[in-house]
Structure formats: C-alpha cells, structure tokens
Design a protein around this ligand. Structure first.
Ligand code: SF4
Length: 362
C-alpha cells in the first residue's frame, strides 16, 4: 500500500502549513515551495524559506511536485497531492449527518477547519488535475467549501473536483453559486440506494434522507450540475436494483453516469460485512438487468470496484479500474491473469476468505 504520510522533522510553526517539494528551482516557484538541497539514502533535506526541512522516504520514491500538509509538532506530514497520481483526495471533514451501514470513514464529532490549507494545496496541484473531495459530509461546511472552490477556480481554472456528498444540504438558493462553479469543473458524487424511501433511509441511518436527497438532486439538476449517481450494491438493496434503474432513466435523465459499486471492507463496511456484502460473482442477474435497462435507454452506467473476473464477459466493458492506486491490491491468482492491466483488483483491506466465491485468472 502506498503511504499517504511522510516522516518529517518537525518545523518551528504554530499553524498547519502547506509545502510543495521540488527537485530544483522552477519558473513557477511560489512561497510554498521547498527546494531539494541534499539527498542521502532515505533522508532528503529541502530549503524552505531559509529553514531546513527534512523528509524521509524510500530513496527511489519520486516526490517532485508532491504537496504536503505539515502540522505543528507532528513527525509525519500528510501527503495531500501526489504529483504522479490521479488519485488525490482531500478529506475536508470527518463530521457527517448520516450513519451509512457501509461507511468507510465513520464520522467523528470533531472538525478541524483546514479549508485555507486545502485551497493552497489544490492551487499547487499539477496542471489539469482532478482532485477528490470527501468526508464525512463536505457540505456540512459549505460556507467554507464554496469559497474554497471559488478561490481555486479563480487562480487555477484548469483544476477540477470530484466531490462526494450525501446530497442532503443543497438548497434552491445554492443554484446560482453552483452555476458559477461550472458543470465542467465539478462532478458531484451523490449516493442513492433505493427508490424505496424506507430502504434508503435505513441504509443511510437517517429518517427523511430520501426526501431530502430528492430535493438536493432537483437543485443540482436546475443548476445544470454534473452528477455521478452512486449506488453500493448491498444485500439490503439488491432485489430493488432494476427498479432504481427504471427510476433513474425516467426521473434523473440529467445525471452524467450511474455508478453501481461494490462494497469496501473497512469502517462500518467491515463491521457490517456479513449482513451487507452481496457476492455478485455468484449472482449477477440484477446488475445485468439494471445495466441493460440503462443501456437500452441510452444512459451511461458503470461498475465500480468490481474485479473483472467477477463480471460476465459481456459486461466487463462497463467495469473500469476504479480503486485508487494507494489502496489497491491483487491476489496471488492475479499474477497469471491476462486482464491484470485492465482490472482494478481489490481494496487493500479486502479479505478473500469472506469475499467473492467465484473468481480466478482469465
Ligand atoms: S484474476 Fe485478478 S487481475 Fe484477473 S480479473 Fe480477477 S481480480 Fe482481476
């Protein structure tokens, strides 16, 4: 697994700061850049505004352009942006007003406001980067999130964002601001688990969530926003999946894509694995039916986090590699698989003993 933290020697600071690591001086140098002055084994010494800043990493690891969040007194820094990766996500809050049975990042009460630092980090990202924003629920802090997005848009219009939100906090009055942010720059990832409001509410652990979500989706539609509708396949919603496909094609024709997703075995997803995981390698019919409904009506659909050998051959074209590089792994039998390069494999925390029953190299 790729570490999202780097060991550092603490700096004499009293506020979290953002630092970009550079191998040498460049034309686009900023006050946030630290320039490499010495490299000896795992130890790299940078010049940051006249201070020595020491980072420790594997000697062959490429850190040029990486953006770090350095916190006072901490001997490790958060690697917010890895310049060579397309899988960079800013976790802007751990607070949430839902309690989903499959939550990979169970909510916490405490919130550390780092929006200013995140805005700086995004503005230092490589050209045309698409940066993920997740939580918790980012829109619990939309009074801080929207200005951050607007500030980055003003400075770096080439940067895009993929924002995961539970869709509970959009108000009709947000539409103008959403239009201003631009539908080409922001993709909103919004979960919908069932057309049955009770089932949806039970999955997300919040009474009234379905109705609230319908209103949020209406606001996004009116703003012309780009929406990736996300549905994790669970034992709880499995039987209704084709009904959801019907609902999407008749009522949510504006969405950019419907992502049918496999479960991530971490957080509450791990705790509730035996009661939630649906082994789609054994039973794919509902997914096939749902994909067919979407395709027949000309709407985009995708299968996220599905190992390719769990998907029948005719549907593999719908299953791109989606698991982020830093948390992706393959199993022993993948070594001889002809589809290895195209397959997204497994989450690092996937346990094959409790996982898909019908897999194997192709
Ligand atoms: S054997 Fe491994 S690499 Fe091949 S399709 Fe299955 S999970 Fe993917």
């Amino acid at each position: 697994m790729i570490s999202l933290r780097l060991r550092v020697d603490p700096l004499p600071i009293d506020q979290p700061i953002v630092i970009r690591l550079r191998e040498s001086y460049t034309a686009d140098q900023t006050q946030h850049d630290a320039i490499l002055v010495d490299h000896d084994g795992e130890r790299r010494e940078y010049d940051f505004q006249g201070f020595s800043f020491v980072v420790r990493a594997s000697p062959d690891e490429d850190l040029d352009g990486d953006v770090l969040l350095v916190v006072p007194g901490q001997a490790s820094a958060h690697r917010l942006i890895r310049a060579t990766s397309t899988h960079n996500t800013l976790l802007v809050t751990e607070q949430c007003d839902q309690l989903c049975v499959m939550c990979s990042q169970p909510p916490k009460k405490y919130h550390a406001d780092l929006f200013e630092q995140f805005a700086v980090a995004a503005s230092l990202a490589p050209e045309d980067a698409m940066i993920g924003i997740s939580g918790g629920e980012p829109l619990l802090h939309k009074d801080r999130l929207f200005p951050m997005l607007e500030a980055v848009a003003a400075e770096r219009p080439d940067i895009g964002f993929h924002i995961l939100t539970n869709g509970q906090h959009f108000e009709p009055s947000d539409a103008v601001r959403l239009v201003g942010l631009g539908s080409d720059r922001i993709l909103w990832g919004v979960p919908l688990y069932s057309t049955n409001s009770r089932t949806h509410d039970l999955i997300v652990g919040k009474v009234g969530a379905f109705n609230r979500l319908e209103r949020g989706l209406t606001t996004l539609m009116r703003a012309g926003a780009s929406v990736e509708l996300r549905t994790v396949v669970l034992q709880q919603n499995w039987r209704d999946l084709h009904t959801l496909a019907d609902y999407i094609t008749t009522r949510l024709g504006f969405i950019s894509v419907w992502a049918i997703m496999q479960l991530e075995r971490i957080g509450y997803g791990r705790m509730n694995w035996s009661s939630s995981f649906k082994d789609t390698s054994m039973e794919f019919e509902q997914i096939a039916r749902s994909v067919d409904i979407m395709a027949a009506r000309g709407m985009p659909v995708s299968l996220y986090n599905f190992p390719l050998c769990s998907v029948p051959a005719t549907y593999r074209g719908y299953a791109p590699s989606t698991i982020s590089d830093w948390k992706r792994k393959y199993l022993d039998f993948c070594a001889d698989c002809s589809l290895h390069a195209a397959c997204g494999g497994f989450f690092e925390w996937y346990s094959h003993d409790e996982g898909f029953a019908a897999l194997g190299a192709l």
